[in-house]
Write a protein that binds this ligand. Sequence first.
Ligand SMILES: C[S@@+](CC[C@H](N)C(=O)[O-])C[C@H]1O[C@@H](n2cnc3c(N)ncnc32)[C@H](O)[C@@H]1O
Length: 225
Amino acid sequence: MTAPHHHGTTHQHDDAPVDPNARLSPTEYWEKRYGDTERVWSGRVNATMAAVVGEFTPGSAIDLGCGEGGDVLWLAEQGWQAHGLDISSTAVGRARAEAATRGLEGATFTTTDLTAWQPEPESVDLVTASFFQSNVALDRTTILRRAASALRKSGHLVVVSHAAPPSWAADHPAAMINIHEEVERLAVPADTWTVERAEEIPRAALDPTGHPGEHLDAVLVLRRR
Ligand SMILES: C[S@@+](CC[C@H](N)C(=O)[O-])C[C@H]1O[C@@H](n2cnc3c(N)ncnc32)[C@H](O)[C@@H]1O
């Protein structure tokens, strides 16, 4: 995810490390996560997202849980009108500041809790979500399905998620995504969606000590019929 300094997701094992902030509300949790450090993610686009979306003709896009805006800024650079949504005003403030610095008028952002958010139906060409996973309450499926209703006919939903902990942190506590379950949750009703991609692909990365390691990304691409 825009090459994290460190990841914020957790995977439930019986002996998993406990996140000391897991009892916070989602707003408090993410505000603390972003407020505790000057920058959480690298600011670069997620490589897997760029590889998928780079094939599409630019139009209008929504990015769910945009964080510090790496994907939205990249989309705007490619000619998209891209709007990022995130629960953390600190993250959104950083994303807006970066868009202004780079003069990217096509990158806009709103602070919102997506739990209570209703999109305008059939209003955009692309809905993206990169690592929209959380240690605290997140009704991910409801939000993704509702967001998918914002797609025009022939529009794409692209969801890139962690399918496994990083290779160097097998006991990393995280809520991982199984791509088969993801298809069952999101490609419904079946006659509305063409499943263009549903796969788990490895991504090379460096571990915190600089040695080679790997992430496993779950990649789902749906096209509205
Ligand atoms: C793991 S981060 C991914 C950030 C970004 N997409 C990236 O790839 O760098 C998950 C993001 O989801 C956001 N988030 C979590 N729950 C949310 C909610 N209910 N509404 C909006 N954003 C939420 C968090 O603030 C965080 O920025």
